[in-house]
Design a protein around this ligand. Structure first.
Ligand code: ADP
Ligand code: ASP
Ligand code: MG
Length: 440
């Protein structure tokens, strides 16, 4: 399915330095399925998701077990969703590549889905040793049903009966993140970062009171704290802002998980696995958010390929790309042809589709995307002017610019990405605590 996660007012610079407005559309995120529980939700259910760093090693797994037991002792029905330990998923993918240049996606899914299963089984053992009952489940056993698109499957249904039964028995339920079973009974995975989506889909299906995302940073920051040391933790972010931040490369939440949260009204709390401090709430936008910061954050990604295509109509081109399961992001049509971006991982599939069309095309992977996101942007003119002036001072000319009512994204040379992020963060004074939102 064609997924235009940026889809919006799109401007471009066909020639360096000459930005033109090319097309306008409305921000369009994909619909998510109704995952309504097959049983009535019970109150007091919490879903707690732990990322790779949180479960990287036996001691950390024991800490996770303790946190889950504490939540159970407080009287909750507790579902833990775990990622694979540390770099396990990367290591498994490396292993596959050492065996085969082009592993088939079905087998890749059989392989990489085991990482999450290891974490869950170990956590269940640790919980048993703390004197509590727990059961680990694969995605399939947990009733996570997906479409048939291997390595980037989408959840189409959650059959939560088995989880409910285990919870009714007083057990802590550990669900392997990032995976499901397809409508043709194959093991599938949900794309990188997919455990977030498992957790939110379960929270929606179980009617959970909340979904806690435990990770290796204190919450959602004004920029990737690894790139901008002065980045500040945000108290609250609206679903729409978080969608744009995730689409812009803020890895902290998989974009699909935010789509689920928004459509099902699941309140997310992104917080550190290493302490008890409050993190960032992802919720419905409210007035306090709008009164406060104009800009919530600057994000970046260096993992997109930008294609330029000539000699084929848009309808045919995007139908082919959709068939090839290419996740198209930015689309721009101008007199000289069509430009679109897609995740670097989709490049081989996109190239096959383009070659099949007999079109003239070229691909670039020397560009990165830097996005400025903020709900307050809607009511404050001059944000784009300030952003472009900031880049101009650095001698950076964006090659493509795309905007939505709450986002301005610029494609710049890969070498310029990090300095552009830092300069925009400075220019909009995002490190200042005064911009903090009093919320939640
Ligand atoms: P997990 O394994 O817990 O799922 P991820 O590595 O997927 O963790 O996501 C957390 C990482 O996201 C952080 O370590 C951080 O480097 C990165 N990140 C990028 N942008 C942001 C941001 N704006 N706020 C917080 N973290 C961010
Ligand atoms: N282990 C998977 C990954 O590394 C899923 C996740 O961590 O969310 O992408
Ligand atoms: Mg993640």
């Amino acid at each position: 399915m064609l997924h235009n996660s940026a889809g919006d007012l799109i401007r471009a610079t066909p020639e360096r330095g000459s930005a033109t407005i090319a097309r306008m559309a409305v921000a369009d995120h994909e619909a998510v399925p109704a995952v309504a529980a097959d049983e009535a939700p019970r109150s007091g259910t919490v879903v707690m998701k732990f990322g790779g760093t949180s479960v990287a090693g036996p001691e950390r797994l024991k800490n996770v077990a303790r946190r889950l037991v504490d939540a159970r002792d407080e009287g909750n029905r507790v579902v833990g969703v775990l990622s694979a330990m540390g770099d396990t998923t990367d290591d498994l993918i490396d292993l596959a590549r050492q065996v085969s240049d082009a592993p088939r996606p079905r087998e890749l899914d059989m392989l990489i889905s085991v990482g999450e299963r290891i974490s869950c089984a170990l956590a269940a053992m640790a919980i048993h040793d703390l004197g509590h009952e727990a059961i680990s489940l694969t995605g399939s056993q947990a009733g996570i049903v997906t479409d048939t698109s291997h390595t980037k499957a989408k959840i189409v249904e959650v059959r939560a009966r088995r989880i409910h039964e285990a919870l009714d028995d007083g057990r802590i339920v550990l669900v392997a993140g990032f995976q499901g079973v397809s409508t043709s009974y194959e093991v599938t995975t949900l794309g990188r970062g997919g455990s977030d989506t498992t957790a939110v889909a379960l929270a929606a299906a179980l009617g959970a009171d909340g979904c806690e995302i435990y990770t290796d940073v204190d919450g959602v920051f004004t920029a990737d704290p690894r790139i901008v040391p002065g980045a500040r933790k945000l108290h609250a972010v609206s679903y729409d802002e978080m969608l744009e931040l995730a689409a812009g490369g803020a890895r902290v939440l998989q974009i699909r998980s935010v789509e689920f949260a928004r459509n099902h009204g699941v309140r997310l709390h992104v917080r550190s696995t290493f302490g008890d401090a409050a993190g960032t709430w992802i919720t419905q936008e409210d007035e306090r958010m709008l009164e406060k910061a104009i800009i919530s954050g600057v994000t970046h990604t260096t993992e997109e390929t930008v294609f330029r295509v000539e000699g084929v109509g848009v309808a045919r081109l995007f139908a082919e790309l959709a068939d090839a399961q290419v996740n198209v992001d930015t689309i721009l049509q101008s007199g000289e042809g069509i430009v679109f971006s897609a995740p670097a991982g989709d490049r081989p599939a996109a190239e096959r589709a383009l070659s099949g069309l007999g079109a003239e095309w070229s691909a670039r992977d020397d560009l990165g995307k830097v996005s400025l996101v903020g709900a307050g942007m809607r009511s404050h003119p001059g944000i784009a002017a300030k952003a472009f002036a900031t880049l101009d001072e650095l001698g950076i000319v964006p090659e493509i610019v795309t905007t939505s009512p709450i986002k301005i994204a610029c494609y710049v040379g890969l070498d310029d990405v990090e300095r552009a992020v830092r300069a925009l963060h400075d220019a909009f004074e995002l490190e200042r605590p005064e911009a903090e939102r009093a919320h939640a």
